[in-house]
Design a protein around this ligand. Structure first.
Ligand code: URP
Ligand code: ZN
Ligand code: ZN
Length: 467
């Protein structure tokens, strides 16, 4: 199938250009000057011409942090790989990297196989896995090397959730030493879980059970402390470090200091930390539970600093940490006790549009938007240059985005399998009008027109910022 995307403005992380995009099968074969002879010739033989006049043509979004069908807090996140990846496509994301979770006592192999069984043959877009380790020991340290050979080149560790996912400093150091040897990247959930558990128990003893106490018992300073500690451990191990879901300016400061001294430390933030705040967690009644995630939402005053970080590259990536739980029956598990509310927010469908608001509001450039939602995640997670760029030989993962079209985000129109939107009623500028996944049109207007299950597993390479 030959295709031409004509009349649009192609935006890569290097900047915008007026160009037509030639696609043959699954691959981009050329970019031509808009309306050039080459482009017209291609149009004559093309099976399909898509008119992108007045629109942006960007590389498909890469969401490097999702949790589909993830067991958590006695329940499981509400999106399956099928529903979650379709919703991602609607929002302009053509690759997700989900976390296979090792439960205590199982091997990495078993856990990875479980996640393959959930995802393989069910995804609407391409996907890869990180491995989240809950049990660092001699056996699992060895297994890390085997996983790297299979394209699982990043490992998440938790300084939070004692008794569940938590690793202590010694275990973290050993995993980092292993990563330093095998070239993988350690991703860190940086919150001091031991101290947090004390604060949670004390709050519950005082009868403080409402959702807002989730935030009050996870202070920013304990995120900063853990971030600092993780950075020092990575320094000792000589390993690269990627801080996931960074929410606090105090933690960002630690990342900036490390980067300034030349350490390979990277960080992502998420739309919820840029657009929502602790005021949402304090909403009337039990509404605040919709906003319970970890790290928690921070004061609105933190948000300009996150934009600053994205502008200056102290923050390299925006991922969603998509981990949806329905309000009814799932968030409600914590009706009488905030510590029982499953942690996580939906967002895989909203990320590309939400971060575009930063372009509209003058916070970041068009090029930086593409960089943080697609190109840098592709480089960081070993997918570049097949993904993350509109260039010859890259996969034809392409999003056509109308920058002027206004719309309201709502549970009534979203495609995620969850009964609320964290951004309900928010007016955004810009709309995804078409999406190609490896050359196949999967979204056209408001319709999914792809082949269910056609998303492929991506065996990823090593972090492209380290070589
Ligand atoms: O609240 C969150 N972040 N839930 C998902 C699990 C995690 O720690 O990423
Ligand atoms: Zn986490
Ligand atoms: Zn997560």
């Amino acid at each position: 199938m030959k295709m031409l995307i004509r009349g649009g403005t192609v935006v890569n992380a290097s900047g915008p250009i007026a160009a037509d995009v030639l696609v043959d099968g699954e691959i981009i074969v050329a970019l031509c000057a808009r309306d050039s002879t080459n482009s017209s010739d291609w149009a004559k033989s093309a099976d399909r011409v898509i008119d992108a006049t007045g629109q942006l043509v960007i590389p498909g979004g890469i969401d490097g942090h999702t949790h589909m069908e993830m067991p958590f807090g006695g329940t499981q996140s509400a999106d399956t790989f099928e529903t979650g990846t379709r919703a991602a496509a609607f929002g302009g994301t053509t690759t997700i990297i989900d976390f296979a979770i090792q439960s205590k006592g199982s091997s990495l192999r078993e856990s990875l196989d479980k996640w393959h069984a959930k995802a393989d043959g069910n995804c609407a877009i391409d996907y890869g896995f990180h491995m989240a380790m809950s049990d660092v020991n001699k056996q699992t340290l060895k297994e890390m090397d085997l996983l790297v050979d299979e394209g699982i080149t990043s490992f998440k560790l938790f300084m939070a959730y004692p008794g569940v996912f938590y690793s202590d400093d010694g275990e973290i150091l050993q995993a980092m030493q292993q990563a330093a040897k095998n070239g993988s990247t350690i991703m860190m959930h940086a919150e001091n879980g031991i101290a947090i558990d004390v604060l949670v128990a004390q709050a519950l003893e005082r009868g403080e059970v409402d959702p807002r106490f989730h935030g009050l018992t996870r202070p920013a300073i304990l995120e900063a402390e853990a971030t600092h500690r993780a950075i020092q451990l990575a320094r000792v191990a000589g390993a690269p470090l990627y801080i996931v879901h960074l929410s606090a300016t105090e933690a960002l400061q630690e990342v900036a200091v490390a980067r300034d001294r030349g350490q390979s430390v990277f960080a992502e933030t998420c739309p919820q930390y840029i657009f929502l705040s602790d005021e949402d967690m304090a909403r009337e009644g039990f509404e605040g539970s919709k906003y319970v995630c970890s790290p928690p939402l921070r004061p609105r005053s933190y948000q300009p600093e996150l934009w600053r970080g994205l502008r200056t590259d102290d923050l390299s990536v925006v991922s969603t940490d998509h981990c949806p739980f329905c309000f009814k029956d799932q968030k409600e598990l914590g009706l009488d006790n905030f510590s029982k509310i499953p942690n996580g927010l939906p967002g895989v469908e909203d990320r590309v549009s939400l971060i575009f608001q930063g372009v509209d509001q003058g916070e970041i450039s068009l090029a930086r938007w593409v960089d943080v939602v697609s190109t840098t995640p592709a480089r960081m997670f070993g997918l570049f240059p097949k993904k993350g760029v509109i260039a010859p030989s890259a996969d034809a993962d392409i999003v056509i985005f109308d920058p002027n079209s206004p719309r309201a985000i709502s549970v009534d129109t979203h495609h995620m399998n969850v009964d609320y939107s964290a951004y309900e009623g928010m007016q955004v500028k810009g709309k995804v009008t078409a999406v190609l996944s490896r050359g196949e049109v999967v979204i056209e207007g408001d319709k999914y027109v792809g082949t269910p299950g056609s998303g492929r597993f991506l065996a990823r390479g090593l972090n492209g910022y380290l070589r």
